[in-house]
Design a protein. Structure first.
Ligand code: GLC
Length: 421
């Protein structure tokens, strides 16, 4: 099955890098600020990724416990990080470097799966029509700008570029298209699957890279769905069938480097989001936006290092793990891998944690960070509370005894070995 490695990996790295990294105020800056091609051109002229080091990126992903990486080949601004023969708006033109080639090589060398992001939107292409996302939408006489723009020509360009990416760089494991917005807004049309010839594009992917996973953002179903910047609270099921899903998350709300945005999520929150995703049967793709020189920003590096240290000790609760229908206690979430059940605790209870349905089903309990044994007991449900005696827990409840001191890790995890599984 195409997505087996993906289900196993559970944790990946998203990398948004492009001209907007130098602008340093969100990857949508061209649209948000209605910048003209001329305004935006300075970021092309001064693009200088001297610290973009694909080997460091790959090593960082590995040390963070991530099994795959997804790099923006082209974002909505149309700038290409590879040697496209179909445009000169590329990193080869201004720096002589094919960053996609450097990236693919470095990931393979680390044994990490290779993912590409590709925007189907293109604000630079002269045939791409103005719509409600386009930087030119508020220009005077904007609708006239669409006269002569030919989406059929743009489609040929889009398919041609995807063909380049899927033929010139060896095996690609994953492709994240972005994105489709068919609804009308403010008097402007959006763009739907027909604008991309989504069916033809997906067929092209299947033909050129039959084992590659493709996301759902061409506006037609493919291999996985992509909740963005929110956490699903249950497994995602459509027509009774559980779907493969991946939540993509930012470190500070922006995908591209945003220097002045200090809304950084804590490493603890991010680890909680990761195990929460796995507990609902999903993956998490955590983004970094390298800075204007292509370096991983120090604040991001620190966050990733903290997550990596947690992953070093707790990887079993994430990699190869997934959803279980068992009801977790109020303090945390469960993930399961074979006969191992992992309880990730988001709050640390005093003395005990009570696990419904697990009495008689656990042969061993330990803290995962240091492998220390934890005692367990089952109380008499009839027992009444008295001065120093707690009431018995509900029938079938297993009580795990905890040290008073919470282990000094971002999220403590109890590993339970299940019997008879
Ligand atoms: C979006 C945004 C974008 C980002 C992406 C990541 O839809 O347009 O800037 O690249 O999602 O999922």
């Amino acid at each position: 099955m195409r997505q087996e490695w993906f289900d196993q990996a559970r944790f990946g790295m998203f990398v948004h890098f492009g001209l907007y990294s130098g602008a340093a105020r969100h990857e949508w800056v061209q649209s948000y600020e209605r910048l003209t091609d001329e305004d935006y051109r300075q970021y092309f002229e001064h693009f200088d990724p001297d610290l973009f080091d694909a080997a460091t990126l790959a090593r960082t992903a590995k040390e963070t416990g991530m099994g795959y990486v997804v790099l923006t080949t082209k974002h909505h601004d149309g700038f290409c990080l590879w040697d496209s023969k179909l445009t000169d708006f590329t990193s080869v033109t201004n720096t002589g470097r094919d960053l996609v080639r450097e990236y693919v090589g470095a990931l393979r060398a680390e044994g990490i799966k290779v993912g590409l992001y590709h925007s189907v939107i293109d604000w630079h292409h002269p045939d791409f029509t103005i719509d409600w996302n386009h930087p030119r939408r508020d220009d005077e006489g904007a609708p006239e700008l669409n006269v002569g723009r030919d989406m059929a020509a743009y489609r040929a360009y889009l398919h041609g570029q995807v063909r380049e990416l899927l033929t010139e760089y060896g095996a690609i494991d994953y492709l994240f298209f972005d994105f489709t917005y068919p609804e009308e807004k403010q008097g402007w049309a959006g763009k739907g699957p027909d604008d991309w010839d989504a069916t033809g594009l997906l067929a092209l992917c299947r033909e050129l890279q039959p084992d590659m996973l493709v996301n759902d953002r061409l506006g037609i179903p493919a291999d996985f769905v992509t909740p963005e910047q929110y956490q699903p609270t249950a497994p995602i099921v459509r027509d009774g069938v559980p779907l493969t899903w991946e939540a993509c998350q930012t470190l500070n709300g922006s995908w591209g480097y945003h220097r002045d945005n200090t809304d950084q999520k804590s490493a603890t929150l991010l680890v909680q989001m990761l195990v929460d995703s796995v507990s609902m049967g999903g993956n998490m793709l955590l983004n970094i936006g390298p800075d204007g020189r292509g370096a991983i920003a120090p604040r991001d590096e620190r966050t990733l290092a903290e997550i990596g240290e947690w992953m070093r000790l707790h990887r079993g609760a994430v990699v190869g793990a997934g959803h279980t229908p068992l009801t977790p206690p109020r303090e945390g979430v469960y993930t399961r891998r074979g006969d191992r059940l992992y309880l990730s605790l988001f709050s640390w209870p005093m003395g005990f944690v009570h696990l419904p349905e697990l009495a008689g089903r656990v042969s061993y309990a330990r803290l995962l960070n240091d492998g220390s044994w934890l005692g367990t007991s089952v109380s008499d449900p009839e027992r009444e509370a008295d001065l120093m005696t707690p009431a018995g827990e509900a029938e079938g409840t297993l009580t795990v005894h905890l040290p008073v001191r919470r282990p000094d890790v971002l999220v403590p995890v109890i590993e339970l070995t299940l019997t008879g599984e």
